[in-house]
Design a protein around this ligand. Structure first.
Ligand code: ADP
Ligand code: MG
Length: 343
């Protein structure tokens, strides 16, 4: 339904979109996730034909957006980051205006009524847009995107600036629309994308650094099963002892928060469960393991870490962590080989 091939966009000397390709099938609900400045809006503007591209090609349902913009655009409903609302119009007047602008052929009144009902603005249809709350304005933004019944919806950060209740309402609206539309929705908030999308494309510094289901991404990323430990004893002695445990990749001291005890982050080799060995080792050296818990990163933290990576090669490497084949052998020799790969 949407084919982007090697698209690039330059603003002056700044490469905002750098050779991006992806393909989205009919009916998919895909999230564009990335920090501010990653290039999400630029890509969306290119897909919708609002921005020209420097290189590459976008095809919407068989129509090239540069060669056949009218046919391509007809298939797309776009909700830009700042919805193009005319605030001195009433909701109905505005939607009628958009209807005329898009040269829609469906029976006007029935079409607009249906959209207003769907997005929940029928109750405010005769109010001026400038007197509506931000949540309602956003729904009107959705409504204008739906005029003409486009198959594809492109929604740029649709929940920005909304309160939690409005966010939930917009999210459920996207879920509802996802049943019979192809949707791309962007956000810099992971939980939001996770809630509505079955596929996530992570964009960073103008490139795609991951493209997978939310579950796979989270499984791949959380394979870094570090442990947080609080151990009573001598800090250095503990550190040395734990380093010698088979399957331990690294141990980092975090200092002392409790008298006589020290905190550590212990990272195992992939696929190794080192908890029992750590427990025994600490006992062996006469220490006491006061607590040992999973330090699994939340997806938010993983995302931050990814986008903090020096470059996209490093970011991709981080994403590949979970694909390392775990062979179950917790060999200490592996320790040296992988030491350099640590963060
Ligand atoms: P996102 O939507 O992911 O926050 P954008 O696509 O808006 O990212 O921006 C990508 C990069 O391009 C940013 O570095 C931004 O500063 C730059 N940029 C966006 N629009 C323009 C513009 N019209 N002129 C110059 N630079 C721009
Ligand atoms: Mg943006």
């Amino acid at each position: 339904m949407i084919e982007a091939t090697n698209i690039s966009k330059r603003y002056g000397s700044h490469l905002a979109v750098d050779d991006v390709s992806f393909s989205i099938e009919k009916g998919e609900v895909v999230g564009f996730l990335g920090p501010n400045g990653a290039g999400k809006s630029t890509i969306m503007n290119i897909l919708t034909g609002y921005l020209s591209l420097n290189t590459g090609k976008v095809v919407i349902d068989g129509f090239d957006i540069s060669e056949n913009p009218e046919n391509a655009k007809k298939r797309i409903g776009y909700l830009p980051e700042i919805p193009p609302l005319y605030i001195d119009m009433t909701v109905r007047e505005y939607l009628n205006f958009i209807y005329n602008l898009k040269k829609v052929r469906f029976p006007k009144k029935a079409h607009i009524d249906e959209i207003m009902r769907l997005v929940g603005v029928d109750g405010v249809q005769n109010r001026l847009i400038k007197n509506l709350s931000k949540g309602y304005r956003q729904r009107v933004g959705f409504a204008q995107a739906l005029v003409g019944n486009p198959d594809v919806l492109i929604l740029d950060e649709p929940t920005v600036g909304l309160d939690p209740k409005q966010i939930i309402e917009i999210r459920s609206l996207i879920e509802k629309l996802g049943r019979n539309h192809t949707i791309i929705v962007s956000s810099h908030i992971l939980s939001e994308i996770q809630a509505v999308c079955r596929r996530v494309i992570i964009i960073n510094k103008g490139q795609i650094i991951a493209d997978d289901t939310p579950d796979n991404l989270s499984a791949a990323l959380s394979s870094d099963r570090s442990l947080a430990a609080r151990i009573e004893g001598d800090e250095e002695e503990i550190s040395d002892a734990i380093k010698s445990v088979s399957g331990v990749k690294s141990i980092s001291p975090l200092g002392s928060k409790e008298k006589g005890a020290y905190d550590f982050i212990i990272t195992p080799e992939d696929g190794c469960d080192i908890r029992a060995d750590i427990f025994r080792k600490v006992a062996d050296i006469g220490g006491a393991l006061l607590s040992l818990s999973s330090n699994e990163m939340t997806l938010e933290q993983i995302f931050l870490r990814l986008t903090d990576a020096a470059d996209n090669d490093e970011a991709r490497r981080l994403l590949g962590m979970g694909n390392t084949q775990a062979d179950g052998t917790c060999d200490t020799e592996m320790q040296e080989e992988t030491e350099e790969e640590q963060l």
